[in-house]
Ligand binder design. Structure first.
Ligand code: AMP
Length: 284
Protein backbone atom coordinates (compact mmCIF):
# COMPACT_ATOMS: atom_id res chain seq x y z
CA UNK A 1 0.00 0.00 0.00
CA UNK A 2 1.26 3.48 -0.86
CA UNK A 3 1.07 6.03 1.95
CA UNK A 4 1.00 9.72 0.99
CA UNK A 5 0.96 12.66 3.38
CA UNK A 6 1.25 15.38 0.72
CA UNK A 7 -1.45 16.35 -1.77
CA UNK A 8 1.01 16.62 -4.66
CA UNK A 9 2.29 13.06 -4.14
CA UNK A 10 -1.25 11.71 -4.04
CA UNK A 11 -2.32 13.65 -7.13
CA UNK A 12 0.73 12.51 -9.10
CA UNK A 13 0.10 8.86 -8.26
CA UNK A 14 -3.60 9.05 -9.08
CA UNK A 15 -3.07 10.93 -12.35
CA UNK A 16 -0.86 8.07 -13.55
CA UNK A 17 -3.47 5.50 -12.47
CA UNK A 18 -6.26 7.43 -14.18
CA UNK A 19 -4.21 7.70 -17.38
CA UNK A 20 -3.89 3.92 -17.29
CA UNK A 21 -7.69 3.78 -17.36
CA UNK A 22 -8.10 2.72 -13.73
CA UNK A 23 -11.38 3.43 -11.99
CA UNK A 24 -10.85 4.88 -8.54
CA UNK A 25 -12.92 3.99 -5.47
CA UNK A 26 -12.60 6.29 -2.47
CA UNK A 27 -13.28 5.66 1.24
CA UNK A 28 -12.88 8.76 3.45
CA UNK A 29 -12.49 8.03 7.18
CA UNK A 30 -11.33 9.55 10.43
CA UNK A 31 -9.30 6.45 11.36
CA UNK A 32 -9.51 4.22 14.44
CA UNK A 33 -10.60 1.70 11.86
CA UNK A 34 -12.89 -1.25 12.51
CA UNK A 35 -14.71 -3.83 10.41
CA UNK A 36 -17.32 -1.23 9.37
CA UNK A 37 -14.59 0.75 7.60
CA UNK A 38 -13.08 -2.43 6.17
CA UNK A 39 -16.48 -3.37 4.70
CA UNK A 40 -16.30 -0.09 2.73
CA UNK A 41 -12.77 -0.95 1.54
CA UNK A 42 -14.05 -4.37 0.45
CA UNK A 43 -17.00 -2.83 -1.42
CA UNK A 44 -14.61 -0.36 -3.08
CA UNK A 45 -12.29 -3.20 -4.10
CA UNK A 46 -15.16 -5.11 -5.68
CA UNK A 47 -16.31 -2.05 -7.63
CA UNK A 48 -13.11 -0.26 -8.68
CA UNK A 49 -9.57 -0.90 -9.95
CA UNK A 50 -7.79 1.18 -7.35
CA UNK A 51 -8.89 1.89 -3.79
CA UNK A 52 -7.95 5.07 -1.95
CA UNK A 53 -8.65 5.48 1.76
CA UNK A 54 -8.08 8.73 3.63
CA UNK A 55 -7.59 9.09 7.37
CA UNK A 56 -8.12 12.61 8.61
CA UNK A 57 -9.70 13.66 11.89
CA UNK A 58 -11.38 16.74 10.47
CA UNK A 59 -11.39 19.57 13.03
CA UNK A 60 -14.07 21.60 11.23
CA UNK A 61 -16.78 18.98 11.72
CA UNK A 62 -16.48 18.76 15.51
CA UNK A 63 -18.91 21.12 17.18
CA UNK A 64 -17.67 19.87 20.58
CA UNK A 65 -13.91 20.54 21.07
CA UNK A 66 -13.70 17.84 23.79
CA UNK A 67 -15.03 15.25 21.33
CA UNK A 68 -12.28 16.29 18.89
CA UNK A 69 -9.53 16.05 21.54
CA UNK A 70 -10.73 12.63 22.67
CA UNK A 71 -11.21 11.19 19.19
CA UNK A 72 -9.26 7.88 19.16
CA UNK A 73 -6.12 7.66 17.03
CA UNK A 74 -4.73 4.17 16.23
CA UNK A 75 -2.70 4.85 13.12
CA UNK A 76 -0.26 1.89 13.21
CA UNK A 77 -3.12 -0.55 13.59
CA UNK A 78 -5.08 1.27 10.86
CA UNK A 79 -2.19 0.92 8.40
CA UNK A 80 -1.98 -2.78 9.18
CA UNK A 81 -5.73 -3.31 8.70
CA UNK A 82 -5.75 -1.43 5.40
CA UNK A 83 -2.73 -3.35 4.12
CA UNK A 84 -4.36 -6.65 5.03
CA UNK A 85 -7.61 -5.56 3.36
CA UNK A 86 -5.72 -4.84 0.13
CA UNK A 87 -6.23 -1.07 0.07
CA UNK A 88 -3.98 0.47 -2.62
CA UNK A 89 -3.42 3.99 -1.34
CA UNK A 90 -3.69 5.66 2.08
CA UNK A 91 -3.83 9.45 2.19
CA UNK A 92 -2.84 10.73 5.63
CA UNK A 93 -2.75 14.52 5.49
CA UNK A 94 -2.03 16.97 8.32
CA UNK A 95 -4.46 19.75 9.23
CA UNK A 96 -2.09 22.22 7.53
CA UNK A 97 -2.16 20.12 4.36
CA UNK A 98 -5.97 20.09 4.23
CA UNK A 99 -6.52 23.63 5.48
CA UNK A 100 -3.47 25.66 4.38
CA UNK A 101 -5.44 28.90 4.74
CA UNK A 102 -6.79 28.11 8.21
CA UNK A 103 -9.97 26.56 9.51
CA UNK A 104 -12.35 29.41 8.80
CA UNK A 105 -14.89 28.21 6.26
CA UNK A 106 -14.36 29.46 2.72
CA UNK A 107 -17.54 27.92 1.35
CA UNK A 108 -21.08 27.70 2.61
CA UNK A 109 -23.16 24.85 1.24
CA UNK A 110 -26.93 24.96 1.09
CA UNK A 111 -27.90 21.58 2.51
CA UNK A 112 -31.46 22.83 3.12
CA UNK A 113 -33.43 21.26 5.94
CA UNK A 114 -30.81 18.49 6.34
CA UNK A 115 -28.94 21.02 8.45
CA UNK A 116 -31.83 21.76 10.76
CA UNK A 117 -33.12 18.27 11.59
CA UNK A 118 -31.67 15.37 13.63
CA UNK A 119 -27.83 15.52 13.52
CA UNK A 120 -28.05 18.93 11.86
CA UNK A 121 -30.02 20.30 14.81
CA UNK A 122 -27.99 18.46 17.47
CA UNK A 123 -24.57 19.40 16.03
CA UNK A 124 -24.66 22.95 14.64
CA UNK A 125 -22.07 23.48 11.90
CA UNK A 126 -21.20 19.77 11.74
CA UNK A 127 -22.38 19.19 8.18
CA UNK A 128 -20.72 22.37 6.88
CA UNK A 129 -17.45 20.91 8.24
CA UNK A 130 -18.18 17.56 6.61
CA UNK A 131 -18.94 19.40 3.35
CA UNK A 132 -15.65 21.35 3.53
CA UNK A 133 -13.49 18.29 3.97
CA UNK A 134 -15.28 15.94 1.59
CA UNK A 135 -15.31 18.62 -1.13
CA UNK A 136 -11.52 19.11 -0.70
CA UNK A 137 -10.87 15.36 -0.66
CA UNK A 138 -13.02 14.79 -3.76
CA UNK A 139 -11.13 17.51 -5.64
CA UNK A 140 -7.84 15.78 -4.80
CA UNK A 141 -8.82 12.15 -5.31
CA UNK A 142 -11.31 12.64 -8.19
CA UNK A 143 -12.78 9.18 -7.63
CA UNK A 144 -15.33 7.46 -9.82
CA UNK A 145 -17.13 6.08 -6.79
CA UNK A 146 -17.38 7.18 -3.19
CA UNK A 147 -18.16 4.59 -0.50
CA UNK A 148 -19.87 5.64 2.73
CA UNK A 149 -21.73 3.86 5.52
CA UNK A 150 -25.46 3.76 6.27
CA UNK A 151 -24.35 4.08 9.92
CA UNK A 152 -24.13 7.82 9.14
CA UNK A 153 -27.33 7.95 7.13
CA UNK A 154 -27.84 11.71 7.27
CA UNK A 155 -24.19 12.25 6.27
CA UNK A 156 -24.89 10.17 3.14
CA UNK A 157 -27.86 12.41 2.36
CA UNK A 158 -25.72 15.52 2.88
CA UNK A 159 -22.96 14.19 0.61
CA UNK A 160 -25.52 13.26 -2.02
CA UNK A 161 -26.62 16.88 -1.88
CA UNK A 162 -23.00 18.12 -1.95
CA UNK A 163 -22.37 16.12 -5.13
CA UNK A 164 -25.32 17.89 -6.75
CA UNK A 165 -24.19 21.32 -5.50
CA UNK A 166 -20.67 20.89 -6.90
CA UNK A 167 -22.07 19.22 -10.05
CA UNK A 168 -19.97 16.12 -9.49
CA UNK A 169 -20.45 12.87 -11.41
CA UNK A 170 -19.05 10.78 -8.56
CA UNK A 171 -21.35 7.89 -7.67
CA UNK A 172 -22.14 7.61 -3.98
CA UNK A 173 -22.45 4.00 -2.79
CA UNK A 174 -24.09 3.61 0.62
CA UNK A 175 -22.95 0.40 2.34
CA UNK A 176 -24.89 -1.38 5.13
CA UNK A 177 -24.02 -0.88 8.80
CA UNK A 178 -21.65 -3.50 10.22
CA UNK A 179 -22.56 -4.61 13.75
CA UNK A 180 -20.86 -6.66 16.44
CA UNK A 181 -22.30 -10.13 17.15
CA UNK A 182 -24.47 -8.57 19.86
CA UNK A 183 -25.90 -5.96 17.45
CA UNK A 184 -23.95 -2.87 18.54
CA UNK A 185 -23.12 -0.77 15.48
CA UNK A 186 -19.33 -0.60 15.09
CA UNK A 187 -18.00 2.88 15.72
CA UNK A 188 -14.59 4.38 16.45
CA UNK A 189 -16.15 6.04 19.50
CA UNK A 190 -16.89 2.57 20.97
CA UNK A 191 -13.17 2.49 21.85
CA UNK A 192 -13.97 5.06 24.54
CA UNK A 193 -16.46 2.72 26.27
CA UNK A 194 -15.40 0.35 29.05
CA UNK A 195 -16.88 -3.17 29.18
CA UNK A 196 -19.94 -2.15 31.24
CA UNK A 197 -20.62 0.94 29.12
CA UNK A 198 -20.31 -1.09 25.94
CA UNK A 199 -22.98 -3.50 27.19
CA UNK A 200 -25.14 -0.53 28.14
CA UNK A 201 -24.66 0.94 24.64
CA UNK A 202 -26.61 -2.06 23.32
CA UNK A 203 -29.81 -0.29 24.42
CA UNK A 204 -29.57 1.78 21.23
CA UNK A 205 -29.76 -1.34 19.08
CA UNK A 206 -32.47 -2.84 21.32
CA UNK A 207 -34.55 0.35 21.05
CA UNK A 208 -34.33 0.39 17.25
CA UNK A 209 -35.12 -3.33 17.04
CA UNK A 210 -38.19 -2.85 19.23
CA UNK A 211 -39.43 -0.03 16.98
CA UNK A 212 -38.90 -2.23 13.92
CA UNK A 213 -40.88 -5.03 15.57
CA UNK A 214 -43.80 -2.75 16.51
CA UNK A 215 -44.08 0.12 14.03
CA UNK A 216 -46.82 -1.41 11.93
CA UNK A 217 -49.11 -2.07 14.91
CA UNK A 218 -48.31 0.72 17.34
CA UNK A 219 -48.80 4.48 17.33
CA UNK A 220 -45.48 6.06 16.20
CA UNK A 221 -45.49 8.69 18.92
CA UNK A 222 -45.95 6.06 21.63
CA UNK A 223 -43.16 3.96 20.15
CA UNK A 224 -40.77 6.90 20.21
CA UNK A 225 -41.76 7.85 23.75
CA UNK A 226 -41.21 4.29 24.96
CA UNK A 227 -37.76 4.17 23.38
CA UNK A 228 -36.79 7.51 24.96
CA UNK A 229 -38.06 6.32 28.36
CA UNK A 230 -36.11 3.07 28.12
CA UNK A 231 -32.88 4.83 27.12
CA UNK A 232 -33.24 7.50 29.80
CA UNK A 233 -33.88 4.83 32.45
CA UNK A 234 -30.64 3.14 31.38
CA UNK A 235 -28.38 6.13 31.74
CA UNK A 236 -28.66 7.89 28.39
CA UNK A 237 -29.26 11.53 27.53
CA UNK A 238 -31.35 11.26 24.40
CA UNK A 239 -30.92 13.78 21.58
CA UNK A 240 -33.61 12.16 19.46
CA UNK A 241 -35.45 8.99 18.58
CA UNK A 242 -37.30 9.46 15.31
CA UNK A 243 -39.01 7.58 12.53
CA UNK A 244 -38.18 9.13 9.19
CA UNK A 245 -38.76 8.79 5.49
CA UNK A 246 -36.60 10.20 2.72
CA UNK A 247 -38.06 12.15 -0.17
CA UNK A 248 -36.82 11.77 -3.72
CA UNK A 249 -34.84 15.01 -3.44
CA UNK A 250 -32.95 13.47 -0.50
CA UNK A 251 -34.61 15.48 2.25
CA UNK A 252 -35.87 13.93 5.46
CA UNK A 253 -39.55 13.91 6.45
CA UNK A 254 -41.32 12.77 9.57
CA UNK A 255 -44.10 10.31 8.64
CA UNK A 256 -45.92 11.02 11.86
CA UNK A 257 -46.77 14.49 10.50
CA UNK A 258 -46.96 13.59 6.81
CA UNK A 259 -49.04 10.40 6.85
CA UNK A 260 -46.48 8.34 4.90
CA UNK A 261 -44.81 5.05 5.81
CA UNK A 262 -41.62 5.38 7.84
CA UNK A 263 -38.46 4.01 6.26
CA UNK A 264 -35.83 4.26 8.98
CA UNK A 265 -35.75 4.50 12.76
CA UNK A 266 -32.90 6.77 13.89
CA UNK A 267 -31.42 7.45 17.30
CA UNK A 268 -28.75 9.65 18.89
CA UNK A 269 -27.98 9.55 22.60
CA UNK A 270 -25.14 10.15 25.02
CA UNK A 271 -24.12 7.27 27.27
CA UNK A 272 -23.80 9.38 30.40
CA UNK A 273 -21.23 7.42 32.40
CA UNK A 274 -18.71 7.51 29.50
CA UNK A 275 -19.87 10.83 28.04
CA UNK A 276 -19.80 9.18 24.60
CA UNK A 277 -22.48 10.24 22.12
CA UNK A 278 -23.58 7.40 19.84
CA UNK A 279 -25.81 7.29 16.78
CA UNK A 280 -27.49 4.39 15.02
CA UNK A 281 -30.33 3.72 12.59
CA UNK A 282 -32.30 0.80 11.22
CA UNK A 283 -34.10 0.24 7.94
CA UNK A 284 -37.69 -0.73 8.82
P1 AMP B 1 -15.74 7.73 10.28
O1 AMP B 1 -14.33 7.24 10.35
O2 AMP B 1 -16.52 7.50 11.52
O3 AMP B 1 -15.84 9.14 9.74
O4 AMP B 1 -16.45 6.82 9.20
C1 AMP B 1 -15.92 6.70 7.90
C2 AMP B 1 -16.92 5.97 7.05
O5 AMP B 1 -17.17 4.68 7.59
C3 AMP B 1 -18.28 6.68 6.99
O6 AMP B 1 -18.78 6.60 5.67
C4 AMP B 1 -19.11 5.89 7.95
O7 AMP B 1 -20.49 5.93 7.68
C5 AMP B 1 -18.56 4.49 7.74
N1 AMP B 1 -18.86 3.64 8.90
C6 AMP B 1 -18.62 3.92 10.21
N2 AMP B 1 -19.08 2.93 10.99
C7 AMP B 1 -19.62 1.99 10.16
C8 AMP B 1 -20.26 0.73 10.36
N3 AMP B 1 -20.44 0.23 11.56
N4 AMP B 1 -20.69 0.06 9.27
C9 AMP B 1 -20.52 0.57 8.01
N5 AMP B 1 -19.92 1.75 7.77
C10 AMP B 1 -19.48 2.44 8.81
Amino acid sequence: MYLFKRKEELERHLTTARNEGKHIGFVPTMGALHQGHISLINAAKENSDLVVCSIFVNPTQFNDPKDFEKYPVTIDQDVQMLTEAGCDVLFLPSVQEMYPDGLTAKMHYDFGSLETVLEGAARPGHFQGVGQVVHRLLTLVQPDKLFMGQKDLQQCLVINRLLKIIQSHVELVMCPTVRGNDGLAMSSRNLRLNATERINALHLYKGLSEIKRQYQKENLKTLKENAVKELTANGFEVDYVELISILEDGSVIFPENAGVTPLYAVVAAKEVSSGVRLIDNMLL
